[in-house]
Design a protein around this ligand. Sequence first.
Ligand SMILES: O=C(O)CCCC[C@@H]1SC[C@@H]2NC(=O)N[C@@H]21
Length: 250
Amino acid sequence: MITWPQGYGRRVLAEVDSTNAEAARIAPELAGPEWILGLRQTSGRGRRGRPWADPTGNFAATLIMRPAETPDQVALRSFVASLALHEAFVNATGRSEAFALKWPNDVLLYGGKVAGILLESAGFSGGSVSHIAIGIGVNLIHAPDAANVEQGATRPVSLLSETGAEVDPETFLDLLAAAYAHWETLFTTYGFEPIRTAWLARAARLGEVITARTTRDETTGTFETVDSQGNLVLNTAKGRVAIPAADIFF
Ligand SMILES: O=C(O)CCCC[C@@H]1SC[C@@H]2NC(=O)N[C@@H]21
């Protein structure tokens, strides 16, 4: 029996365009943080403007919150959400070694992508954002065809295909919401440092040579760490480079 975390709302929609879009619509009248689960999404969106396919049975949810924080602070929530996802997966399967976190915000299962996070914030005024939407998609039972993902991108996998675990979206929401509340309390109480340390302990390819690609350039180097701002730090032939945003290729 999983206990729903105190202070968090829970809304389940049979169908929605995108839970992140719905989150932005309800943000103005929000009383406190709220989870929105879409049992079916018709226009799910991924990072960098990519579409996110969401067949029935997969997990699509957004946590909408209104923390009085700067854009830089709220961006660190993607690490909080990654840790919560990792904990939810381990609790669902009992397999802690199977999961790893890929910078900035994917979860890998035996090296394949099983979940992604799309963090959107809006309404910057007086130093704070007006809301953040942490959108989370999990391939619970279906993974997109590898032919439909970008060349060189991590192969998509589903929880069912890799572990045999059959978890329905509402059960996964309960696991995730409980885990998120734990990591969120740690973040708001002690700041980013314990989150950074816990994230690094679960990081994929730490200490290995990886490539970070943006629309403008490509940097290859040894994955040294994630710094106190959440940047990826690579040790390259030209020295240490801190990268705020990129796609990673192994
Ligand atoms: O590109 C990625 O890896 C991030 C994918 C995020 C998809 C989720 S599904 C729930 C939420 N609503 C959306 O439209 N997108 C996010």
